[in-house]
Design a binder for this molecule. Structure first.
Ligand code: AMP
Length: 285
């Protein structure tokens, strides 16, 4: 049976015990309502050398803006428990909000460069909430390594920068995006999509993969011009585009020269009231 831990001090003790036994501890932070994308992170933790894996399930209030979906965010702990157990995780850490955040919260962790663009423009407090909760999860789980998904490319870049700048002794692994067979990137928020919205949202992966193919085959050359083509495809499918950008995948800064490779296309778009993000890397000209 997978062990469920609610208390921070109990998780710290568990982690220290694992390390005393010579085991490497891996952390997989999630907000629950788990799907195959999350579960692939457990596999990536094992493949990266984790002997003991803790999955945190915590819908973090501080990364949601006042008008966002914190209250409506889907939750199903029994489903999460079963999936984590089947996938062979050792522990689920499921703290209460009141244990993670004693009011008032007056200390924050903030990355001030990578977090400003892309999702940071429309979600100004989001990455401060993410960096803060990941710091708290690191201090609770004391992991040797932690796994994040490339699905949230900006988040992964923010965490890597935080770990570098603040000297966290944690190795960061970024695992590839898991997609549905039809191409849509798995997300807990896909649950909000109607059948029609789901079909229209396929324009996201289709337009990204079409751009990759056109650029890598050399049919087209300018990655900057490609963002206009992607935007048009999303709008024709009825999406309300937040951004379509092409970036340096390491720095996450926008490219100013469309011939530079590798390049990362990043998209945020709403279908109905559901905001979806996706990204895809283009390797060569
Ligand atoms: P979330 O529960 O949405 O906060 O996501 C928890 C972790 O799972 C994050 O590191 C995400 O990037 C990762 N993740 C979410 N969806 C996917 C996916 N489709 N493929 C790979 N990783 C994912």
């Amino acid at each position: 049976m997978i062990r469920i831990i609610h208390s921070i001090s109990e998780l710290q003790k568990w982690s220290m015990d694992q390390k005393k036994q010579g085991k490497t501890v891996g952390l997989v932070p999630t907000m629950g309502f788990l799907h195959a994308g999350h579960l692939s992170l457990i596999d990536a933790a094992r493949a990266g050398g984790a002997d003991s894996v803790v999955v945190s399930v915590f819908v973090n209030p501080t990364q949601f803006g006042p008008t966002e979906d914190f209250d409506q965010y889907p939750r199903d702990f029994e489903h999460d428990r079963r999936l984590c157990e089947e996938r062979g995780a050792d522990v689920i850490f499921a703290p209460a909000v009141s244990d993670m955040y004693a009011a008032p919260v007056t200390c924050w962790v903030e990355e001030t460069e990578i977090s400003k663009g892309l999702c940071g423009r429309t979600r100004p407090i989001h990455f401060r909430g993410v960096a803060t909760v990941v710091t708290k999860l690191f201090n609770a789980a004391l992991p040797d390594l932690a796994v994040f998904g490339q699905k949230d490319a900006q988040q992964a870049a923010v965490i890597k920068r935080m770990v570098r700048d603040l000297n966290f002794p944690v190795r960061i692994i970024v695992a590839p995006i898991v997609r549905e067979e039809d191409g849509l990137a798995l997300s807990s928020r896909n649950k909000y999509l109607s059948k029609d919205e789901h079909d229209r949202a396929l324009s996201i992966s289709r337009s990204l993969f079409a751009a990759k193919k056109a650029l890598e085959s050399g049919i087209r050359k300018d990655a900057l011009a490609e963002t206009g083509i992607i935007r048009k495809a999303l709008e024709e499918a009825g999406g309300v585009v937040d951004y379509v950008e092409v970036l340096d995948p390491d720095s996450m800064m926008p490219l100013t020269d469309g011939s530079v490779r590798p390049a990362l296309f990043a998209v945020a778009v709403r279908f109905g009231s559901t905001r979806l993000i996706d990204n895809l890397r283009v390797e060569r000209a």
